[in-house]
Design a protein around this ligand. Structure first.
Ligand code: UFG
Length: 327
C-alpha cells in the first residue's frame, strides 16, 4: 500500500504543487482543505477532504482513515496587509488552527510534521543574507503567527514523540512547469502575477511600491523561489524526517535577490511587451531586502533549486496569464 501524507491546504497554491511532488515521489497525498482560498480543481493526485483545520473531529477522522505517515501543514492565511487590519482572523486560523492540528496529530500518534513558515518571521534583519540563526523579529501579525507556529512545534516536539521541519520560504512564485497548475490567488497582491496582469492588459498598470529604498535601483529586493522547488524541498524534508532526522528549521530560497524593476524588465524581455507601471509610495511593512542564505537546506536536505532562475519563474508564471515567450 502507498504511504499517505496529509496535506493541509492541499488545494492551495503551494500545497497543490506539493501534492504533485509527493505523488511523483511515490507518496499518496491526502489534501485537507476548507476551499476558502483553495481550488477543488487543483486536487489532482489523491483524495480531497473538505474541512477546517480547527475541526478536530473531522481532522481526527481523516487521520484515522488515511493513517498518514506525516502531515504537511500549509493551511494558513498569508496576506501581510490583511493581517495588520484583521489580526484576530490570523491568530484564530494560523495559531488556533495550528494548535488544533498539532493536538489532533499528537493524539493520533502522527510523528512527523513539515510546517510552512516564512521569511516574514525575520522582520527587518540587520544583515544579509539571512541565516537560520538570524534573530526572528517579525514586524506584522502574519509573521508573528508563523513564528508562534514554529515555537508551538518546538514545544510539541520536545518530548521526542514528534519531529518536525519548519521551512522558512522566501518569495514563492512561478507555476508547475508541466502546466498542470497555475499561479493564482484571490485577491492577487503578489508582484510577479500583478506585473504579468499589467503586461496582459488585465490591470492598467503595476504599482511600484516605493522607489526610494536603499537598494541599487531604489526598489525592494526579494529572493524568488519557484513553487515546484519549494514543493521538492517539502518532499526532501519528509524523507529527512522519515530517515530519523531531528527537528530543525531551514531557509528555502536561492541566495539571489531581484528588485521590483528587475522583475519588470525580466517580463518585458520574456514577453516582448511593456509592463505599464506607476511609482507609488512605499507599502507599509515592506523590508527593503530579504535574501536567504540557502546553504543549510543544501547541507541537511541535499536540496538545491532547479527551476528558480528568474527566466523559468517568469515563463511558468506567464502561462497562468495567457502570456507567451516573445518569438
Ligand atoms: N510590490 C510592488 N507592487 C505590487 C506588489 C508588490 O511594488 O503590486 C513589491 C512589494 O512592495 C515587495 C515586492 O514587490 O517589495 C514583493 O511583494 P510581494 O507582495 O510579491 O511579496 P512580499 O515580499 O510582500 O510577501 C511575500 C509573501 C508573504 C510573506 C512575505 C515575507 O507573499 O506571504 O513574502 O516577507 F510573508
Amino acid at each position: 500500500m502507498m504511504t499517505s501524507v496529509l496535506v493541509t491546504g492541499g488545494a492551495g497554491f503551494i500545497g497543490s504543487h506539493a501534492c504533485k511532488a509527493l505523488s511523483r515521489a511515490g507518496y499518496r497525498p491526502i489534501a485537507y482543505d476548507s476551499l476558502e482560498t483553495g481550488h477543488r480543481d487543483a486536487v489532482l493526485w489523491g483524495p480531497l477532504v473538505v474541512g477546517d483545520i480547527a475541526d478536530r473531529a473531522l481532522l481526527g477522522a481523516a487521520i484515522a482513515t488515511h493513517r498518514p505517515v506525516a502531515i504537511m501543514h500549509f493551511a494558513a492565511y498569508a496576506y501581510v496587509g490583511e493581517s495588520v487590519r484583521e489580526p484576530a482572523r490570523y491568530y484564530r486560523n494560523n495559531v488556533g488552527g495550528t494548535l488544533a492540528l498539532l493536538e489532533t496529530a499528537a493524539s493520533h500518534g502522527v510523528e512527523h510534521i513539515v510546517f510552512s513558515s516564512s521569511c516574514a518571521t525575520y522582520g527587518v534583519p540587520d544583515a544579509m543574507p539571512i541565516l537560520e540563526t538570524t534573530p526572528q523579529r517579525p514586524i506584522n501579525p502574519y509573521g508573528r503567527t508563523k513564528l508562534i507556529g514554529e515555537v508551538m512545534l518546538r514545544d510539541f516536539c520536545s518530548s521526542g514523540a514528534m519531529r518536525h521541519v519548519a521551512l522558512r520560504y522566501f518569495n514563492a512564485a512561478g507555476a508547475d512547469p508541466e502546466g498542470a497548475l497555475a499561479e493564482r490567488h484571490d485577491p492577487e497582491t503578489h508582484l510577479i502575477p500583478r506585473a504579468l496582469m499589467a503586461a496582459a492588459g488585465a490591470i492598467p498598470a503595476l504599482e511600484i511600491f516605493g522607489g526610494d529604498y536603499p537598494t541599487p535601483d531604489g526598489t525592494c529586493i526579494r529572493d524568488y523561489i519557484h513553487v515546484s522547488d519549494l514543493a521538492d524541498a517539502h518532499v526532501a524534508a519528509l524523507d529527512y524526517l522519515l530517515a530519523g532526522g531531528s527537528s530543525t528549521a531551514l531557509n528555502i530560497g536561492t541566495g539571489t535577490g531581484h528588485s521590483v524593476r528587475d522583475i519588470l524588465s525580466g517580463i518585458e524581455a520574456l514577453t516582448g511587451r511593456a509592463v505599464p507601471s506607476i511609482l507609488h509610495p512605499r507599502r507599509a511593512g515592506d523590508p527593503p531586502m530579504l535574501v536567504a542564505d540557502p546553504r543549510r537546506a543544501r547541507e541537511i536536505l541535499g536540496f538545491s533549486p532547479r527551476h528558480s532562475d528568474l527566466g523559468t519563474i517568469l515563463a511558468t508564471a506567464a502561462r497562468s496569464f495567457g502570456l507567451r515567450r516573445a518569438a
